[in-house]
Design a protein around this ligand. Structure first.
Ligand code: AMP
Ligand code: GLY
Length: 418
């Protein structure tokens, strides 16, 4: 099969590596890809959001299957467009990807179908939003409705902070149109766990649980990032919690989407908070998480292409998906200054040596003219190692990362420990 993966980060590198191991996949392409993906797939210089360009290329080059990984092309309807062109595609259609693209939609869905989540109200008028904050008091959470690169959420400790966030979004349009509607919700507390689940429209199969680290600095300090590391499985996700999540959240979500005429095919990302009143949904995403995927897929012992096909064919109940009984840890090596301001284009050394003891997924890299791998983004690499226990996986990934260096390299020292 000729298979195209859309995207170009660490998550897509992890997906490409797994697909490259499948005997079914004879030719693998990735658009746009990156310096590391280029070692396992042929990179195609098309932007992930260029729906028309992507479909045209996939058609002209006779792709048998396309996997759409990032949120924005899914929200733009890339899967719908590929299907219309007769190309099987993994990922939700636009009308189901909306569970990530609109927080107002997903909150409404959860309310209607009694799926546990934080109490909330949606606002399109500034004054009403400000009065609501006064009435509720702090702490309180303010969210821009649309996609905002994971940065449209403010957990406000004070009423003033919450009001400033609403003004930023509604008055100053900090996130453009994404902030013209805001969701204001109750602040929940408890450990946060991610569960990614394969879904074929009818059946749902959860992957091992995981946790990511969103803040830039040790001790969960500093600005929010796309994720500074992840590990799997989460010690908080006990079999009892898993059972409750399946009954109270996962299956009701699949049923709710079906009842609304929006069957979901692809990966649903359940961002969960384990509160004292039970597990509740913090957010849905309509795709694999990054960097959770780098940890989770490292534990997969089955053919990923078989799973993708089963999702598209609606036969997920017919296959057996196997996972290693181990733990995995992905340590992100970032550019100094990320996520605020950073320089790119620095040569990276030590990759080969690190690769002997771990899988080094490339997030923001490119191939220089002389074949040298250069930094090309905020998050540069995700060094991912396995271990018999979580402790061992953490220690293995830090040890493996030691030989790697590039100018101003920054990483957290406490991945898996907080
Ligand atoms: P989101 O983009 O919705 O995942 O939000 C980003 C982060 O904000 C989450 O991972 C949580 O840590 C935090 N967060 C979001 N909603 C809430 C909430 N209702 N209560 C407490 N923390 C929240
Ligand atoms: N790691 C969080 C996300 O992918 O949204």
């Amino acid at each position: 099969m000729k298979v195209l993966v859309v995207g170009g980060g660490g998550r897509e590198h992890a997906i490409c590596l797994k697909l490259a191991q499948s005997p079914k996949v004879t030719q693998l392409y990735c658009a746009p890809g990156n310096g590391g993906i280029a070692q396992v797939a042929q990179c195609v210089p098309i932007k992930a959001t260029d729906v028309e360009g992507m479909v045209k290329w996939a058609k002209e080059n006779a792709m048998d299957f396309v996997m759409v990984a990032p949120d924005d092309p899914l929200a733009l309807g890339m899967v719908d467009a590929l299907e219309a062109a007769g190309i099987p595609a993994f990922g939700p259609r636009k009308n189901a990807a909306v569970i990530e693209a609109s927080k107002a939609f997903s909150k409404e869905l959860m309310k209607k179908y009694h799926i546990p989540t934080a109490q909330y109200e949606t606002f399109t008028e500034l004054d009403a939003a400000l009065s609501y904050i006064d009435a509720q008091g702090a702490p309180i959470v303010v969210k821009a409705d649309g996609l905002a690169l994971g940065k449209g959420v403010v957990v406000a400790a004070t009423v003033e902070e919450a009001k400033a966030a609403v003004r930023d979004m509604m008055e100053d349009k900090k996130f453009g149109d994404s902030g013209s509607t805001v969701v204001i919700e109750e602040c929940m507390t408890g450990p946060e766990v991610t569960v990614l689940a394969f879904c074929d429209g009818k059946h749902l199969v959860p992957m091992p649980s995981s946790q990511d680290h969103k803040r830039a600095y040790d001790g969960n300090q500093g600005p929010n990032t796309g994720g500074m590391g992840a590990f799997s499985p989460s010690p908080h996700y006990t079999p009892e919690v898993a059972r409750r999540c399946m009954e109270e959240i996962f299956l009701p979500t699949v049923a709710a989407l079906n009842a609304e005429g929006r069957p979901f095919q692809g990966v649903i990302y359940f961002g969960l908070m384990l509160t004292k009143d039970g597990p509740k949904v913090v957010e849905y995403n309509a795709r694999f998480g990054d960097p959770e995927t780098q940890a989770v897929l490292s534990l997969l012992d089955s053919d990923l292409m078989d799973i993708f096909q089963a999702c598209v064919d609606g036969t997920l109940d017919k296959i057996d998906i196997k996972w290693k009984d181990q733990a995995a840890c992905c340590l992100v090596l970032a550019s100094g200054g990320y996520p605020v301001q950073y320089q790119s284009g620095y040569p990276i050394s030590g990759l080969e040596e690190a690769g002997q003891n771990a899988t080094v997924f490339h997030a923001g890299t490119k191939l220089g003219e002389d074949g040298q791998i250069l930094t090309a983004g905020g998050r540069v690499l995700g060094v991912t190692a396995l271990g018999a226990t979580l402790e061992e996986a953490i220690s293995n990934s830090y040890t493996a990362a030691k030989p790697i260096s590039f100018q101003d390299m920054h990483f957290r020292k406490d991945i898996g420990r907080v």
